[in-house]
Design a protein around this ligand. Structure first.
Ligand code: NAD
Length: 359
């Protein structure tokens, strides 16, 4: 049966992948609510913007009146909450926006959802019983791992390190409290690092690809030995839609790609792929890997993240389609093929303003 999905942050990296997947692969309707911060880019939704099942509303999730109106007007069956401030470095430079959007915004959205759901229980008991509030979070809430074989499970204690991960941890606690206290039918997922098409160029993988093709240095924090577990963004989008449809109310599911890689290996993999996919190098560059430059480490930098995704595989039957090699090849090729998209982000034209360089 066709449902209405209210997706917050649908103009962001992962949100836009969820919206594209919902429109392409299902017959559901999608309302995308996004404030359009620097990270929101409607050009990532060009493929679906004319679809009659897609609608966009520009609004701030911290605006309680706007959220109440949105629920009343759109009558969603499922909320997928991805809107967030998401960049760790930005959270170190300016934590306030992270507390505002990730903590206060999640609270405002939960309250709007709860009032709407309370009303539904009186007007449409079946729709109220089927309603889901799915909160999308990160594995960074667990802090970092020190043992080489340790993995984050759904019961690992929270130990966030950065203002970003602390604000996401707070929002996870709020969502679980709204389920325990008010019975709001919630789901939480915690995912590892995503990569893929439409990734904002300040993040490690797109930054490395774009700096390499421009012949610029490829910055690597510290010794580059920090390990991250990488998941192709379309695999994450499919997992989220699957959890929203089949997850147990009140449960948490970790989502990961079984692709633990030290940052330096990620950068070297991109350099090797570019040798084949973009052999015509910028002037003065003999090998892309010669551009690798080690820079001062980020304060509080987590050493290793690795997800145990056994629960979502066993209980919901989800597994990723892409391997690290296939996903990275698709990603590098996408950036080579979609120069107009990333040039408009780099120049600020996607928002009508100029962004600073971020290396
Ligand atoms: P992103 O920064 O690319 O996108 C965030 C989106 O939220 C943007 O479109 C932005 O305009 C919007 N937004 C920000 N503040 C808002 C507000 N106050 N009101 C309405 N919209 C607002 O982020 P992403 O990488 O797509 O991440 C999406 C979600 O997934 C986040 O909650 C993040 O914590 C989580 N997550 C991300 C990763 C990752 O690797 N990127 C991994 C695990 C979990």
């Amino acid at each position: 049966m066709s449902k209405t999905f209210l997706v917050t942050g649908g103009a962001g990296f992962i949100g836009s992948a969820v919206v594209r997947e919902l429109i392409r692969e299902t017959d559901h309707r999608v309302v995308n609510v996004d404030k359009l911060t620097y990270a929101g880019n409607l050009e990532s939704l060009a493929a679906v913007e004319d679809d009659p099942r897609y609608a966009f509303r520009q609004a701030d999730i911290c605006d309680a009146e706007a959220m109440a109106r949105l629920f009343a007007e759109t009558q969603p069956d499922v909320v997928m909450h991805l809107a967030a401030e998401s960049h760790v470095d930005r959270s170190i430079d300016g934590p306030a926006a992270f507390i505002e959007t990730n903590v206060v915004g999640t609270y405002v959205l939960l309250e709007a959802a709860r009032q709407y759901w309370k009303g539904l229980k009186e007007s449409d008991a079946q729709k109220a019983a089927d309603f889901r509030f799915h909160h999308i979070s990160t594995d960074e809430v667990y802090g970092d791992l020190h043992g080489a074989d340790d993995l984050f499970t759904e019961t690992t204690s929270y130990a966030p390190s950065s203002p970003y991960s602390a604000s996401k941890a707070s929002s996870d606690h709020l969502v679980r409290a709204w389920q325990r206290t008010y019975g709001l039918p919630t789901l939480v997922t915690n995912c590892s690092n995503n990569y893929g098409p439409y990734h904002f160029p300040e993040k490690l993988i797109p930054l490395t690809i774009l700096n390499a093709v421009a012949g610029k240095p490829l910055p690597v924090y510290g010794d580059g030995k920090q390990v991250r577990d990488w998941l192709f963004v379309e695999d994450h989008a499919r997992a989220l839609i699957h959890v929203a449809a089949t997850g147990e109310i009140g449960e948490t599911y970790n989502i990961g790609g079984h692709n633990e890689k030290p940052n330096i290996e990620v950068v070297e993999t991109i350099c090797a792929l570019l040798e084949t996919l973009a052999p015509a190098k910028p002037e003065g560059v003999t090998h892309y890997r010669d551009l690798i430059t080690f820079v001062t480490d980020r304060p509080g930098h987590d050493l290793r993240y690795a997800i145990d995704a056994g629960k979502i595989e066993r209980e919901l039957g989800w597994t990723p389609r892409e391997t690290f090699d296939s996903g990275m090849r698709r990603t590098v090729q996408w950036f080579l093929d979609n120069e107009q998209w990333w040039r408009r982000v780099q120049s600020g034209k996607y928002q009508g303003e100029r962004l600073g360089e971020s290396a």
